[in-house]
Design a binder for this molecule. Structure first.
Ligand code: GLC
Length: 570
């Protein structure tokens, strides 16, 4: 049984392509990360999660891997990686890798062999299926199922050579590995052990609740999906999210890879996972993963048709967090995040990114999130209050998840380009991927060359140098939040009680550990709001540990986007 050090930890995610470019080619690299490690040390985080830097054709910015045991020349070499790892460890931090093993690149030698012929020994490492019965292979509608791929088009790609289709839940450049084949699992475990032997401290596992699938019947009678009105393809996720052998595979991985190794951190990315499933995945007694990334709270602003936007209702957001906090209270553990490389910027999404309230609302969102029970993740630039990008046309986007679905929606489904763009501007992943804003020099100090994706034009105001120099910045506030987790045990271990569940303006909860009780309140509006708590009088005289405005709340009346954390004992 390992020490659960990660309960006290804060993780910082680096998306290397957009973090810091040392060689001037416009794309961030590992040398850039090494050069900027002091930023993380100053912030006080404990773990660095590095998004993929493996060799890759970069169809999905490295989430399409063609060699699991190397570094793409775009980012550096294995030697630079080792240097980074040593520098991270020298600062007392840990480093976790991104593990992308639901799929490989179509240029990975495993897939190249698999597609070489139906009798190739690697054929069964991927999901090959014949055309739907009674159809002409390779024609529209002949795909084995009607499932759509996450990045547009069908989830099956026809291969002329053998007349069969392979499954790709993401792009056609990302064929899905067949985890039913024990050779595949062994090959993945060997890769993982190789990185651990090199000294890495764990893994963030990409879409790891998609590895067990129901794609079995060989007779063509495969399960079709659920289809939204007007959609060109169906949602097949019932056949591949948290499939029948998911727990078994993760437990086997634990035994084959992690058992006997200490002080690791494993976190599984799991879109669509339920609380009940997550409790099983993160129950230490079952030995699967330490924690999971669930998606409910970042899907709180989408309608029943996921392609649409609905305004955020705070009561809905609170109910979601409450369900997760209470569901994993006794067994299991939560991860906490607003942002990563797949989500729009939190301050633009759930706060107010205008000049008046950007700083306050970024701090308020950070407070509410970090004071929950779980391990917080900070995504590069979140600690600066970086905002969404003012995208105008589809030509401003680079992300495969924007371009593919846009083409499908406009060309195949006849939706209006402006409607599709409205959703992309609000939700598009490129919002998170614009270069890190280091200072007020050209391209925000990210590169001496031309950045691969434009820098947000607000960089002269919003940048790390300016924020480090300003004690009232989002950066220094995040530093204090992280410090609070390291110094106040109730933040780590305290139980969680949601207050005011029906209030659309305030987010309030308590955390209690022994004789210590914390009260956390966040104002999700630009007005003054009083927290009508039963024991308001007692709380208003409690010790104010942290607030984000110059003036403390008077009688629990919070100012615009104000957050406050109180502590009382006894
Ligand atoms: C995960 C990654 C995302 C990627 C996808 C396919 O959701 O976070 O960036 O596109 O998996 O690998």
């Amino acid at each position: 049984m390992t020490d659960q050090w990660w309960k006290r930890a804060v993780v910082y995610q680096i998306y290397p392509r957009s973090f810091a470019d040392a060689d001037g080619d416009g794309v961030g690299d590992l040398r850039g990360v090494i050069d900027r490690l002091d930023h993380l040390a100053e912030l006080g985080v404990d773990v660095l999660w590095l998004s993929p830097t493996y060799p890759s054709p970069q169809a999905d910015n490295g989430y399409d891997i063609s060699d699991y045991q190397g570094v793409d020349p775009l980012f550096g070499t294995l030697e630079t990686f080792d240097e980074l790892l040593a520098a991270v460890h020298a600062r007392g931090l840990k480093l976790i890798m991104d593990l992308v093993v639901n799929h490989t690149s179509d240029e990975h030698p495993w897939f190249v062999a698999s597609r070489a012929g139906a009798d190739n020994p690697r054929r069964d490492w991927y999901w090959w299926r014949p055309a739907r019965a009674g159809t002409a292979p390779g024609t529209p509608g002949a795909e084995p199922t009607d499932w759509g791929a996450a990045f547009g088009g069908p989830a099956w790609e026809f291969d002329e050579k053998t007349g069969e289709y392979y499954l790709h839940l993401f792009s056609a450049k990302q064929p899905d590995l067949n985890w039913e084949n024990p050779e595949v699992r062994e090959a993945v475990y060997a890769v993982m052990r190789w990185w651990l032997d090199r000294g890495v401290d764990g893994f963030r596992m990409d879409v790891i609740n998609m590895i067990s699938k129901t794609v079995n019947p060989e007779d063509g009678a495969l399960p079709d999906g659920r289809r939204q009105a007007g959609a060109a393809y169906a949602d097949g996720s019932a056949s591949y999210l948290c499939g029948p052998r998911n727990h078994e595979f993760l437990h086997e991985m634990h035994e084959q890879v992690f058992a006997g190794r200490d002080a690791l951190l494993t976190v599984g990315e799991m879109p669509g996972v339920t609380v009940d499933e997550a409790r099983l995945f993160t129950d230490p007694a079952r030995a699967e993963v330490d924690m999971v990334f669930q998606f409910d709270h970042v899907w709180a602003d989408r309608g029943p048709d996921p392609r649409t936007l609905v305004p955020l209702r705070l009561t809905r957001l609170k109910a979601i967090f409450n369900r997760w906090q209470t569901g994993l209270a006794e067994v299991g553990w939560n991860s906490l995040y607003w942002n990563n490389h797949d989500q729009p910027r939190a301050v633009s999404r759930y706060g107010d990114d205008g000049p008046r309230h950007r700083v306050a609302s970024a701090k308020m969102l950070g407070t509410v999130l970090h004071l929950h029970r779980g391990t917080p993740y900070v995504y590069q630039g979140e600690e600066l209050g970086m905002t969404n990008f003012p995208f105008r046309t589809i030509d401003d986007f680079r992300d495969i998840e924007a371009l593919g679905p846009y083409a499908q929606a406009v060309e195949q489904e006849g939706r209006s380009p402006e409607d599709v763009l409205t959703v992309l501007r609000a939700r598009g992943r490129d919002n998170a991927r614009t270069p890190m804003q280091w200072d007020a020099s050209p391209h925000a100090g990210f590169t001496a060359g031309t950045p691969w994706l434009a820098v947000n034009p607000n960089y002269p105001q919003v940048n790390a140098a300016a924020e480090r120099a300003d004690p009232d910045s989002v950066f220094h506030y995040y530093r204090r939040l992280i410090e609070l987790r390291h110094t106040e045990p109730a933040v780590v271990d305290g139980d969680f009680t949601l207050l005011l569940p029906d209030d659309e303006r305030l987010y309030a909860f308590t955390r209690r550990l022994g004789a210590t009780e914390l009260l956390v309140i966040g104002n999700f509006t630009g007005g003054f709001v009083r927290a009508e708590l039963p024991d308001a009088a007692a709380w208003s005289s409690a010790e104010l540990l942290l607030t984000n405005l110059a003036t403390a709340p008077d009688d629990l009346t919070l100012g615009p986007w104000q957050a406050a954390v109180y502590r009382r004992r006894g």
